[in-house]
Design a protein around this ligand. Structure first.
Ligand code: 5GP
Length: 194
């Protein structure tokens, strides 16, 4: 997605450890117009699938997931990383190792928001080693729901997440695909690389 790549080139900062900081349009401050365009692109990509629900993880997945939910006209559920006082029982949970924070988190959603009738699209901000998506898939499996696909805003193709999802035969669509970070610059996968 050209508009997203331009924004990453303009505003993204490459940090140590192969981490891209995009906190002025996605991870802290949010650019609503760009999120709206991202939602429209996810709709274009997944409109042919019978999706009933979108699943993401708080907090950075929520903005793109809500826009995709708006366009596809389905509800959005986000897995929580912290136990809330009102979210105690009847949970689906999974353990996720965070690539950026180097800690394991338990993520959970209330069982009442996911059922065996649901056909789920996972949306997340980044795909790195695939741990967050795998945790969400564990939750979908626990609910006996069906996974329809995975939509990612920014994929780092040099980390192992994509391979893991491809090996499981999961349809994964990423709006920006990063091939490498070179001298502090972002190098995208060109259409001709595919
Ligand atoms: P994974 O579980 O695929 O290893 O990592 C995905 C999660 O880690 C994303 O939900 C995102 O929050 C975070 N993450 C991974 N790589 C990056 C990165 O380069 N930049 C930022 N801002 N977050 C990242």
């Amino acid at each position: 997605m050209r508009e997203l790549e331009d924004k990453i080139r303009q505003d993204g900062q490459v940090l140590d450890g192969n981490v891209l900081k995009v906190d002025n349009f996605l991870n802290h401050q949010i650019d609503p117009q760009l999120m709206y365009a991202i939602g429209a692109e996810f709709k274009r990509l997944f409109a042919d699938q019978p999706i009933t629900k979108i699943l993401t993880v708080e907090s950075s997945g929520i903005a793109p997931a809500v826009m995709a939910g708006l366009m596809l006209k389905v509800p959005v559920v986000f897995a929580r990383k912290h136990k809330s006082l009102t979210l105690k029982n009847d949970l689906y949970t999974a353990t996720v190792y965070s690539y950026t924070k180097k800690v394991s988190n338990e993520i959970s959603i209330s069982q009442k928001f996911l059922s065996a009738d649901d056909r789920v699209l996972i949306i997340d901000d980044f795909l790195a080693n695939g741990q967050a998506v795998e945790g969400l898939i564990d939750i979908i499996d626990a609910a006996h729901a069906q996974l329809e696909g995975v939509g990612i805003v920014i994929e780092k193709t040099f980390q192992k997440g994509r391979q893991l999802l491809d090996a499981r035969g999961i349809r994964t669509e990423s709006l920006a695909r990063i091939k490498a970070f070179e001298d502090g610059q972002v190098v995208f996968v060109a259409a001709s690389d595919d």
